[in-house]
Write a protein that binds this ligand. Structure first.
Ligand code: 1AE
Length: 407
């Protein structure tokens, strides 16, 4: 279904024995003007521009145990909303999210409304420009074991990661208690390491510092980190809310890429009959809100997502739109032996992202990074991983530990 310039279109997957036509009408009226048939004519004239409309009812084959299902598409007049997530999400799935077996699976905004959301400031092209890397997927290392370590210890760990050849290093999303190594000091120390690396090798690096603390102080904190030299920010978007990402991305002083972590998102997308679909939440909405890089479960690792969902997240992040494309970072349990499958599925315009798959390398984190560099180079060159491992000892050791996944 194509977007309509006067409506926000929301598509829901519904299960149950209700008459789907009646249900769709009830939603369209109930979530816009409240009641319709009982209204006096004069009120109807006033309310007409705000009345929801049923756009489509598509009955689906019943579930295995015979439960009827359908996709309902309802249009909500753009006259009812303001250009922000609280208005749009509350309108299309506020009270309704608690009303039985219903899952929001898609949202479409008309272009004039969509273009009032920031979208990625850097996107794929901007992040590549910052790094000076064009011809392969990017490689990101996740900082593991950060809590409880001193700044010196973290700096040492940081150096090991960049020595392995990664393009980005991100904080672990669970890193909040950083008294021993406050975010601003980490930024100063790690960005100094990045500059040294660049002087020595010409290679650039982005460090994504975890943006934490009370929401009321987040914008100001982000600006302080950027002033201190931060090259990238990490945000746990779902716990903070999409509007927080929107406001960070729209702020002209926060002129660094923003990386969206999917923490807490499973609480919204994982149920087949409730919540919000993962492609909508992690693909469309994160991009509208302004994420430049979005992490989400790959189809293969430790926290896997069904393959078609994971691919759809990536498609939504990169499809033609009023906004710049954002980088998909299919993550969780990624090791070098998965790189051929990731490359087949997500292609060049993606980020290979690993924590345990780097730090758990038998020869340490630097070797872990090198194993991934060799695996990515092999995948891009169309060379079988085991063959490439013959002249890459770190990759060989990684394959001995984790194997090569078959598609
Ligand atoms: C989907 C999020 C992945 C993530 O946050 C994370 O920390 C992954 O770590 P590893 O690669 O599984 O160790």
């Amino acid at each position: 279904m194509t977007a309509d310039k006067d409506y926000v279109l929301a598509t829901y997957l519904v299960h149950g024995n209700e008459d789907f036509h009646k249900k769709a009408e009830r939603i369209a009226v109930g979530l816009t003007v409240g009641t319709w048939t009982e209204l006096p004519q004069e009120k109807k004239e006033k309310m007409a521009a705000h009345l929801g409309k049923v756009f489509q009812i598509q009955e689906l084959p019943p579930t295995g145990n015979g439960v009827p299902r359908a996709l309902l598409t309802i249009g909500y007049p753009t006259a009812n909303v303001t250009p922000d997530f609280p208005a749009i999400l509350t309108t299309v799935f506020g009270k309704l999210s608690m009303d039985g077996q219903i899952k929001l699976v898609d949202l479409q905004l008309p272009e004039f409304l969509l273009s009032q959301f920031p979208g990625p400031r850097f996107g794929i092209e901007g992040v590549r420009r910052l790094l000076g890397v064009q011809d392969r997927p990017l490689l990101m290392s996740i900082f593991k074991q950060c809590i409880g370590l001193s700044l010196d210890e973290l700096e040492e760990e940081y150096q090991k990661q960049i020595d392995g050849g990664v393009d980005l290093v991100k904080d672990d999303e669970i890193f909040f208690r950083d008294e021993q190594a406050p975010d601003i000091e980490r930024v100063r120390a790690f960005e100094r390491r990045n500059r040294q690396r660049q002087e020595r090798t010409g290679k650039k690096t982005l460090y994504a510092v975890n943006l934490t603390g009370p929401v009321t102080r987040l914008l100001e904190k982000a600006k302080r980190l950027v002033e201190a030299g931060a090259s990238c920010l990490l945000l746990n978007v779902t716990p903070y809310g999409l509007d927080v990402l929107h406001r960070l991305a729209a702020d002209p002083d926060i002129n660094v890429p923003i990386m969206a972590h999917p923490a807490f998102s499973g609480a919204l997308y994982a149920s087949p009959r409730h919540g919000v679909s993962s492609p909508l939440l992690l693909g469309k909405l994160m991009r509208w809100a302004g994420a430049d890089i979005v992490l989400f479960p790959s189809p293969y690792g430790s926290v896997a997502m069904p393959r078609e969902e994971s691919l759809q997240v990536a498609d939504y992040l990169r499809e033609e739109s009023v906004h710049r494309p954002a980088f998909p970072a299919p993550s969780a349990g990624i090791h070098p032996g998965l790189v051929p499958l990731l490359f087949r599925d997500f292609g060049i315009q993606s980020v290979v992202n690993a924590g345990g798959g780097i730090h758990g390398h038998p020869q340490g984190s630097t070797a872990g990074g090198k194993a991934f560099v060799a695996a990515i180079s092999a995948a891009v060159g169309g060379r079988p991983l085991r063959e490439a491992a013959a002249d890459a000892p770190e990759l060989r050791a990684a394959i001995e530990k984790w194997g090569v996944a078959e598609g």
